[in-house]
Design a binder for this molecule. Structure first.
Ligand code: CMC
Length: 437
């Protein structure tokens, strides 16, 4: 295939089929980053599908929200670099930006914060749901169930054709997610649910609902509040990853927003995606001590062993993960501030050192990703491992909601319906059971 530039600014790619038939495919330029070959008419024109099972070369939609350059280690939300947002902004400001396309003015920010703050309580009757779960249920299982069930409570924001209802559903999801996640934790330890406190920031409120108890005052550490806010910012959106694509695909059929976000939570749960920060801690526990790090690195390099270093590598970032750089700094700040001595954290620091110097990891550009450091910070904060992915989910809700809204508002939107390369049996005749061998 060749990319040529005919007269005018429109570029065309030509595809020559096995029968010599030449098909012209338009090339569409984005504002930055790779252009795409528009294959929408390919099947009609040639009878061929494209084949790309892991979507490594396939753009599934047009989006204005997040830009990633994996080779350069760049992550932009609406054009703003993640490092600048994490350094100078706060989570709700970044959420406003991701949702609305521009940084808010002071008045817009105050209005947005007020709206989110006043939607943080869940319907009181919803608290009954928790009783149906076992105390040892994984928080992500609880989140999938409860968020999906929000559609059963908030009927007045499930009409996706009404922009106002879409907006209210967005506020409800973003505001209630920390409450639901903290309730999942409280239920697992048998403590009473804590109502949100409107005087606290979004991140502080989450820590309060996690660690506060009704019988004494909760003393908020500003360092931990800031670190939590930063973790939220760094996980807010990440372009068309597995869970976001799941939200878009679920939403493309016209499903209500609560169902779509529940689908995103389910997808995020996997260890190759959001489950990685939990898997990092499990791996550190499996390694056990600093002196066993060399052995673990050796196993990760052995192709006959399916052990991988969790928290290393990324599908898109093949140089470094810009979020990991910020998380690494925050991680060292939090560990310093808390003066924590935990052998697992020593294992983590040793692993970081050894893997960053090892040829196998250097050559394959396998660097610690954001989940490596966020897992360590969350552990240092006293958050149980099983809550890590739930925290990722609550932060990513902003991105899911923004991407879902962008999709619904796109006039070209259609139901997502991938095709396949079929390699099963061709048509055959049914054989009655008594005649089968
Ligand atoms: N440990 C050891 N080897 C690895 C690792 C790892 N963590 N990751 C990749 N490799 C090797 C892999 O075996 C392959 O080697 P070779 O070329 O010799 O066959 C090479 O590196 C390329 O790997 P890949 O599997 O083709 O890369 P991918 O883009 O398909 O996978 C990944 C990306 C994130 C799934 C993978 O790196 C991984 O499993 N990492 C651990 C899980 C993890 O930390 N996931 C969180 C990702 S960040 C959070 C998010 O955005 O959701």
């Amino acid at each position: 295939m060749t990319a040529a530039k005919p007269a005018g600014s429109n570029k065309i790619a030509t595809l020559t089929g096995p029968d010599g038939k030449v098909t012209q495919l338009p090339i569409i330029d984005g504002s930055v980053g790779p252009s795409v070959i528009d294959v929408r008419k390919l099947y009609n024109d040639t009878g061929y599908f494209t084949y790309d099972p892991g979507y490594t070369s396939t753009g599934s939609c047009e989006s204005k929200i997040t830009y990633i350059d994996g080779d350069q280690g760049i992550l932009l939300h609406r054009g703003y670099a993640i490092d600048e947002l994490a350094e100078k902004g706060d989570f709700l400001e970044v959420a406003y930006l991701i949702l609305n396309g521009e940084l808010p003015t002071a008045d817009q920010k105050a209005g947005f914060v007020q709206n989110v703050t006043y939607h943080t309580m869940v319907h009181e009757q919803m608290t009954q749901f928790w009783r149906g779960f076992r105390r040892d249920a994984h928080p992500m299982a609880v989140m999938c169930g409860v968020v999906g069930a929000m559609a059963a409570f908030y009927h007045d924001s499930t009409d996706i054709t009404d922009p106002r209802q879409r907006e209210i559903a967005s506020y409800r999801l973003i505001a209630k997610m920390p409450t639901i996640a903290a309730m999942a934790y409280k239920y697992s330890v048998g403590q009473p649910f804590m109502y949100p406190q409107n005087k606290l920031s979004y991140a502080e409120n989450f820590l309060y609902m996690m660690f506060g108890i009704p019988c004494e005052d909760y003393k908020m550490s500003p360092v931990l509040g800031k670190a939590m806010d930063r973790i939220f910012i760094l996980h807010a959106d990440h372009e068309q990853n597995a869970s976001t694509s799941t939200v878009r695909l679920a939403g493309s059929s016209g499903a209500n927003p609560f169902a779509c976000i529940a689908a995103g939570i389910a997808s995020l749960w996997g260890p190759a995606h959001g489950g990685a920060n939990e898997a990092v801690l499990e791996m550190l526990a499996e390694i056990g001590s600093k002196d066993k790090v060399g052995e673990a690195v050796k196993r990760a390099k052995n192709k006959d062993d399916n052990f991988r270093l969790m928290g290393f590598g990324h599908r898109v970032y093949k140089n470094f993960d810009p979020r990991a750089k910020i998380m690494q700094k925050t991680c060292h700040e939090v560990l310093g501030e808390l003066g924590i001595k935990d052998p697992l954290l020593d294992v983590a620091m040793e692993l970081e050192k050894v893997a960053l110097q090892d040829d196998y990891f250097v050559q394959r550009k396998l660097y610690p990703n954001v989940d490596f450091y966020s897992g360590i910070i969350l552990k240092a904060m006293g958050i149980p491992t099983s809550m890590f992915t739930a925290i990722f989910a609550l932060a990513r809700t902003v991105g899911w909601v923004a991407q879902w809204r962008e999709m619904i508002e796109d006039p070209q939107q259609k139901i997502g319906r991938p095709r396949q390369l079929y390699t099963g049996a061709a048509k055959r005749t049914y054989v009655p059971v008594e005649k089968r061998r």
